[in-house]
Design a protein around this ligand. Sequence first.
Ligand SMILES: [Mg+2]
Length: 218
Amino acid sequence: MAVPIDNAAPTLASLGLSPARPLVLVDVDEVLGLFMQGFGDFLAGEGLEMRVEKFALFQNIYRPGAVEHLDIVEGRRLFDAFFRGHCDQIEPAPGAIAALNRLADHAEILILSNAPADAQALRTRWLQKHGMAHPLILNTGPKGPIAAGLTAQTLHPTAFVDDLLSNLDSVADHSPATATFQHVADLRLRPFAPRSEQHPRIDDWAELGAAIEAAVRR
Ligand SMILES: [Mg+2]
């Protein structure tokens, strides 16, 4: 489903979602999909290395044998190229598909991903390929404003899942009634990922799915 990039939230109806059920907003990279692994594989094809040594992206890209990470501008160019042509190659996070399908029995699912606009078609295809054919919105910047615009359209409980505290904090600020959960899919990244007591951190998808279900069925 093609949804224009716009900070104004589209209506749930225009996304094919019902306001008469709970609403769960779910991130893609490091939540539903193994982005660092997929981007790392892409970089390897470009003769580069992804070293997961800190909770960062461009600062983890190196030429083989180099001590200094790749120039940030070059990293960003590779990032854009990955989303333009290769972001449908990532592996789903373990357990994500089954948990999301279970949740869909009780809630409307909306995929809210921060990615370049031209990733819309590939990312949609990736979701469909893996049995997660839920509406997709590509966002830029903090997710709180658009999340608030979406959650305001239902009187039912809402939940939000992301790996980044900046997005979790933003949603908590703009949509305080929404239950927030942190999930970090990549095993190598988990030890480096900052956490917050404000957002339960659940890295196992079966456990996360059950927690989300409990939050939206209350
Ligand atoms: Mg993410």
